[in-house]
Structure formats: structure tokens, C-alpha cells
Design a protein around this ligand. Structure first.
Ligand SMILES: [Ca+2]
Length: 550
């Protein structure tokens, strides 16, 4: 630093001090002093602020549990935006803030350790981040969707909880350390991926980067698809059968085998993976490439009814005038994955798909305006089968005097192809499994294509990585272990944009074990629209280095 710079800084410092900033900033507060009274933040109640000793891999830290905006809903129930903030000891803080996205319909506070999703190990807290999480504005529990009867609870779940908790958590971080975080990131999958995409649109002034994994981007539309899928699966069911019976494990295994027979080699190597998704969609056909049974269905064929049902599922939800209500789905060998089956056909802990067990209630209570508030005593199957793709589906866009925001308004990012603040200061990494059974990667690709059409420079601030074979957030026959936080840090902090991110298999994954893949298998995940293809002449087909993005 030369003399002139030193002098300038001294002048600035003096001026800041004169203005009440800089040198006379409040001293850091001890953990147990992070109380309601001492923080004195509007509408904040701190329930506890305690020092937590190091345990296992988790470092010693300060845990603050609190709530914002305690109130009574129009349903007479108590509500608040609950949150947790965990901050490393001052010497261990990396100077950064991490918001941990939620999941499902939220309803409880996930410990704010900073789940890194697909990273092979570790948490954001272990990496030195201050980490926040929220219950989304209702503490009704994991599967209670009745908060959808209160309009403010809907808005809190859709976007407001993330926005408010971020603002307050950063104020507490500032109080704890005496300085604001230098960088702020949001990482989440599923509804947490949606949190990230919504924040990249609504709260782009608050974050420097985001990882949105398998995002519930157009979640109310995806919820319509949950009703649609169950209707289609049941169209192939005989009396007394449920979706899991109409489509036994052998049926989806057959579909996966036929997809592999047609598409596996397109990427240069027969390895049980279809990396050339685009070419596969062009050449594979359920109608032509899966044998139709002439007698009773068995492991080598599907009945005409089964084929029709699957064609309708993969073709995507439509109304009676054949207008698309959501998106189509890629045909990928991951449709035989256990997690695919869990969501679409058989949750296992109950004889219905999870798309029924969570999807009926979410649709009827949270995404329909006014709420349908159906009985869910049958697990939601009756509601799903009676759901009208015309009148009921239209309720995702409806408003009333009481419910002033439609579910598409409170759940989806406003203007998702006009990310001007993000463009100016942030970076967005979106990750999506090509065999996600909940949110269609085709919907995510359509968004990204539209973003690029609106702004040819979009890859400078937003990139999409598809994970061949991966189910919802993880699982499926896939290389589903990868560290997107490090990729994001390198992009934001070093200016290194990710073209390819190395991924490995989870050797304990049941789908990987069933496929018999070696634990050392690695593949590059490629920035869309590129795909991982075997390099000409490469021989070690288990090594990511043998593949290139093209
Ligand atoms: Ca292949």
C-alpha cells in the first residue's frame, strides 16, 4: 500500500467516523447477549441464544432460535416466521452467510448446519459459514398443509419467510461479529431450490450466489401434474389395484431397459447411463420401443393400457382442450430408480405414491384459491382422482378478496427471464436430475432457454447442469455426488465460471448397487445445453477425464 492510499483511507475513515459509521460501530455481542432486548430488531423475538460445544464434525458455534411477526391467522391459529441461525466462533467465521433452503411444505425448522446436499461430505457450518434456516412461516409440522387456509401463511411460505429471515439473520450476524457478511449464498433442493430461484428474482440484492437444485420452479403447475399422474396410472389399474400394483417394479425396469437399449450408446459408451438426453428423446418412443403384451402383462411387455398411461404421464398434464398445464418429462433410465418409484408410484411407508400423499393436500389447501380443503382421510387418492384438469386446475391462477395473491404469484419467481439485479451482482447455478419424478427438468430447461432468448449473456450469470439418471435431489442410477457450493464460490469470488463440474456415484445408493457400477465412477456434469460424451479414443470409461462436454 503506498502513502497516497494510506492517506486516502485515513481520510475516509475519519469521515466515516464523523458520520457515525466506521470506527464507532457497535462492539460484537457475545452469543448469549443476542437477546430480543439487546438486538432490538422490529418484530423479532429471540427464544434462545446458546453456545453449542463442538460435536462430531460440527464445530463449536452459537445457536439462535427466534421468530418474526408472531400473529394470529384468519383461521384463528398462531403463526410466526420461525428461524434458526448458527454462527461459528468469531475466529472460525469465514466472513460469509449461508441460507439453507427448505423442503416440502416446510413447517418445522431444519437445524441450520448448512446441508450441502450432494456434496460428498460436510456442512456449510463446518466450512465456516454463518447459517440460517426457516420453517417457512408456519410451525404446523412436516405434513400439515392446513396453513394454506391463512393467506399470510401462504405468502410467508412462498417467499416472505426467506426474505425476512435473510434480512434479520444478517443483522444478527452483524451484531455477533461486528461486521456484515462479505458474501451471502442460498442453497437448496426441491422447495429449497424454488426458494433459491425465487430469491434470485425477488431478493437478488441480498445474495451473491445461489444453488437451485431440482427446483420446484412452477410448483403449483407441478402439483397439477401430481394429480394428473395419479389419474393416468390409475387408468391402467384393474379393480382394487393402486398405482403401485398397476405399475410393478418390473414394468418400470422394462421401460428403463428399453430406453438403455435405444440410447445408452449414443454418448459413446454403453455404461447404463444416457448422457445424450437430447438425442434419446428424439429416437426413443414408448409406443414403438416397448413391446405390447398379447397376453397377460409380464416383465417383457406392457399392456396397451399401461403404455397409454405412461405416454400420458411423460407427455405431461393437459386440460380437456389438450392445452399443456405443466411440462413433458424426459424418458431416462432413472425412471426405474427407487426414488422415482417413491414419488410417482409407491411411497413404501404407505401404499400410495408420495405425489398423492403430499400432492393432494398441497394442491387442495395451499395452491387452490379459494382452498378446496378436501378430506385427506384416504391419503388423498379420492381428491386426486376427482381433480378436474379444467375447473380445479384453473384455481392456481385465481384470487379472491381474502386470498389476494394466486398461488402462481406467491410460489413462482416474478419475471424469471428478467433477472436484472442478479445479472448485476449475483450468480445462479441450477441443477436438475433428468429423472426427477416431482419437478420436470423439461420445465427447467424451458425456463433456461427462455432466459437465454431474452438475454444472450445469461450464461454469464446463470447456468443449468443436468444430472443424467438422477431422481429428486439425489438417487437413481446417477453420479449424484458433486460440490456445487465450491463451484459457486469459485464463480462468485474468483470469476471462474463453471463449464463442467465433476461428479461421482454414491457407492451405497441402492440403484448404483443394483446397476453394479464401480465406486470410482465419475462423470463431468456439463453446463446445459452441452452433454458429457466419451472423448474419441478414451479407454477408461469410469473416469470423468475420459469425457468431454459437447
Ligand atoms: Ca451411455
Amino acid at each position: 500500500m503506498d502513502k497516497r492510499t494510506t492517506l486516502s483511507l485515513a481520510v475516509v475513515s475519519t469521515l466515516l467516523a464523523a458520520c457515525g459509521g466506521g470506527n464507532d460501530a457497535p462492539a460484537p455481542l457475545a452469543c448469549t447477549d443476542l437477546t430480543t432486548a439487546k438486538l432490538n430488531i422490529a418484530n423479532l423475538q429471540v427464544a434462545s441464544a446458546v453456545e453449542v460445544a463442538a460435536s462430531g464434525a460440527l464445530p463449536a458455534h452459537c445457536k439462535v432460535a427466534g421468530a418474526l411477526n408472531a400473529r394470529t391467522g384468519i383461521d384463528g391459529k398462531p403463526y410466526a416466521v420461525g428461524f434458526e441461525l448458527r454462527t461459528p466462533l468469531p475466529a472460525a467465521w469465514n466472513g460469509k452467510f449461508f441460507f439453507q433452503g427448505g423442503g416440502g411444505t416446510n413447517g418445522f425448522i431444519v437445524p441450520a448446519t448448512g446441508n450441502l446436499l450432494n456434496a460428498p461430505s460436510g456442512t456449510a457450518l463446518e466450512r465456516g459459514y454463518a447459517v440460517a434456516s426457516t420453517d417457512g412461516g408456519h410451525a404446523t409440522g412436516q405434513s400439515d398443509v392446513s396453513f394454506g387456509l391463512d393467506p399470510q401463511a401462504r405468502s410467508d411460505y412462498g417467499y416472505n419467510a426467506v426474505g425476512q429471515v435473510t434480512t434479520v439473520a444478517k443483522q444478527i450476524v452483524q451484531a455477533r461479529y461486528g461486521q456484515a457478511p462479505a458474501r451471502s449464498y442460498l442453497l437448496g433442493c426441491s422447495n429449497g431450490g424454488r426458494d433459491a430461484m425465487v430469491a434470485a428474482s425477488r431478493f437478488a440484492d441480498q445474495f451473491d450466489g445461489y444453488v437451485a437444485a431440482n427446483p420446484g420452479f412452477n410448483l403449483p403447475k407441478a402439483a397439477i401434474a401430481e394429480q394428473w399422474d395419479t389419474q393416468q396410472f390409475m387408468s391402467a389399474a384393474t379393480a382394487g389395484q393402486l398405482p403401485k400394483d398397476a405399475f410393478p417394479v418390473s414394468a418400470m425396469n422394462l421401460v428403463a431397459q428399453r430406453i438403455l437399449a435405444k440410447c445408452d450408446a449414443l454418448d459413446g459408451v454403453v455404461d447404463g447411463m444416457v448422457n445424450d438426453r437430447a438425442a434419446c428423446q428424439a429416437v426413443f418412443s414408448l409406443a414403438n420401443d416397448v413391446p405390447t403384451c398379447t397376453g397377460a402383462p409380464d416383465a417383457t411387455c406392457l399392456s396397451a393400457a399401461q403404455k397409454t398411461a405412461l405416454q400420458n404421464v411423460f407427455g405431461g398434464a393437459h386440460d380437456s382442450a389438450n392445452r399443456s398445464l405443466y411440462a413433458s418429462w424426459p424418458l431416462d433410465p432413472g425412471v426405474a430408480g427407487q426414488n422415482w418409484r417413491f414419488w410417482k408410484l409407491d411411497a413404501g411407508f404407505a401404499p400410495l405414491p408420495f405425489n398423492t400423499l403430499i400432492g393432494a393436500g398441497a394442491m387442495g389447501y395451499i395452491f387452490s384459491t379459494p382452498p378446496d380443503a378436501p378430506s385427506l382421510a384416504d391419503g388423498g387418492l379420492g381428491y386426486q382422482l376427482g381433480f378436474s384438469m379444467d375447473s380445479a386446475a384453473a384455481k392456481i391462477d385465481a384470487t379472491t378478496a381474502t386470498f389476494k395473491e394466486s398461488s402462481m404469484q406467491f410460489m413462482t419467481p416474478p419475471n424469471p427471464t428478467q433477472l436484472t439485479t442478479l445479472k448485476a451482482r449475483g450468480r445462479l447455478i441450477v441443477v436438475h436430475g433428468t429423472a426427477d419424478p416431482v419437478f420436470s427438468p423439461n420445465d427447467t430447461m424451458a425456463w433456461y432457454d427462455a432466459l437465454k432468448a431474452a438475454d444472450a449473456n445469461a450464461p454469464k450469470y446463470a447456468r443449468l447442469f443436468l444430472v443424467p439418471g438422477m431422481n429428486h435431489c439425489a438417487g437413481g442410477p446417477a453420479t449424484d455426488r458433486f460440490d456445487m457450493l465450491t463451484a459457486l464460490e469459485n464463480w462468485v469470488e474468483k470469476g471462474t465460471a463453471p463449464d463442467a463440474v465433476s461428479a461421482t456415484v454414491n457407492p451405497a445408493d441402492p440403484d448404483v448397487l443394483a446397476a453394479g457400477w464401480p465406486a470410482r465412477r465419475s462423470r463431468p456434469l456439463c453446463a446445459y445445453p452441452k452433454q458429457a460424451m466419451l472423448k474419441p479414443g478414451a479407454t477408461d470409461t469410469e473416469d470423468a477425464a475420459s469425457f468431454e462436454c459437447r
